[in-house]
Design a binder for this molecule. Structure first.
Ligand code: PLP
Length: 360
């Protein structure tokens, strides 16, 4: 099947086959990665290589720590304010969809967050211009969601915090490793793995080292980034198998030529799908402003909304699954992460045209 799910999502076939062949006996160790001590030499080599490969892919400088954590991006919604500010500190949030909104609401428990831009009244179809944002003078950080998975809205460039000692923080869960990113623009980047780089259960945090060590006193040990950084993500038992899978994906992305090449493929796939929508003379519609349309999640509706259920049924029969829009917005959503082959997008577009010709 071609799996268009928003996450957990499709993984590269060669990565899954490699994991299958390693499953019972990793590199002649006689053990599965699932059975290994996380403190043993074998697993240490796995996590160290995963980190090195991710650093190469994203060109992560030495003054940033890379952490492999648990609890998903949702846990970072709390960990970020707990680590980066005091209860009375102001921080700014850009709300370009449901995930940014959830991050803001969680931060309210730990500091004084302020929404300085929200796309809610327009149903989240755009992002703010980077220049001219009215930021709080003393904001410790400016938080944004780089790609809103539900609404399909993606930042193409990023604002600079106006407070010289403030930092930019980004949730990159749904576009992590889909294109090159200048890590030095950010104080902290975080991403759940289960869309582009692995299975659910791993959350990656990339954080500038000088920001560590200031966690609020009540911060649970598991949410204190400094503790994880000092222990190379091995303070407690990490999600070993998930980290191993992420490592295989990083290796695969490097083999593909790195993130410049990956971005080219993603632009091509997204271009084909958005063109098909735009050229359907209104039969299909994508509400998102063209300049900020996501390369990863393509939401669209049918002019005749009563046909959506039929569209999904027929697509599933043709082995194209998980195309239903998020339960909060309805419609259709095709998630076309790195691992979605061009063939999958071509097949979807051919199906869309055929469906239109039969129902227009
Ligand atoms: N942020 C974004 C952009 C997401 O797409 C998701 C999940 O879909 C989350 C956060 C929440 O991630 P998790 O379920 O790993 O906590």
């Amino acid at each position: 099947v071609f799996n268009f799910a928003a996450g957990p999502a499709t993984l590269p076939e060669n990565v899954l086959l490699k994991a299958q062949s390693d499953l019972y006996n990793w590199h002649g160790s006689g053990m599965s990665v699932m059975e290994m001590s996380h403190r043993g030499r074998d697993f240490r080599s796995i996590i160290e290589k995963a980190e090195v490969d991710l650093r190469t892919l994203l060109n992560i400088p030495e003054n940033y720590a890379v952490l492999f954590l648990q609890g998903g991006a949702t846990t970072q919604f709390a960990a970020i304010p707990l680590n980066l500010c005091r209860p009375d500190d102001t921080v700014d949030y850009l709300v370009t969809g449901s995930w940014g909104d959830k991050a803001f609401k969680e931060a309210q428990k730990y500091c004084k967050p302020k929404v300085i831009w929200s796309g809610k009244s327009e149903k989240y179809v755009s992002v703010p211009l980077c220049d001219g944002l009215e930021q709080s003078a003393n904001a410790k950080y400016l938080h944004l969601c780089a790609n809103e998975t539900i609404y399909g809205v993606e930042f193409k460039d990023y604002p600079v915090p106006s407070n010289p000692s403030g930092v930019l923080v980004a949730d990159m869960s749904s576009n992590f490793c889909s294109k090159p990113v200048d890590v030095t623009e950010f104080g902290l980047i975080y991403a759940g793995a289960q869309k582009n780089v692995g299975p659910a259960g791993v959350c990656i945090v990339i954080v500038r080292k000088d920001l560590l060590g200031n966690a609020q006193e009540l911060t649970p040990v598991m949410l204190d980034y400094k503790i994880h950084a000092e222990n190379n993500s091995l303070y407690n038992t990490p999600p070993c198998f998930g980290i191993y899978m992420c490592g295989l994906v990083f290796e695969d992305l490097l083999k593909q030529g790195g993130l410049e090449e990956v971005e080219k493929k993603n632009k091509k796939k997204a271009g084909i799908l958005y063109n098909a929508i735009d050229e359907s003379t209104g039969f299909y519609k994508c509400p998102v402003e063209k300049s900020v349309r996501s390369l990863m999640n393509v939401p669209f509706t049918l002019e005749k909304s009563e046909l959506e259920a039929e569209f999904l049924r027929e697509a599933a029969k043709e082995k194209m699954v998980e195309l239903k829009g998020h339960r909060s917005v309805g419609g259709i959503r095709a998630s076309i992460y790195n691992a979605m082959p061009l063939d999958g997008v071509d097949k979807l577009v051919a199906f869309m045209k055929d469906f239109q010709s039969r129902h227009a």
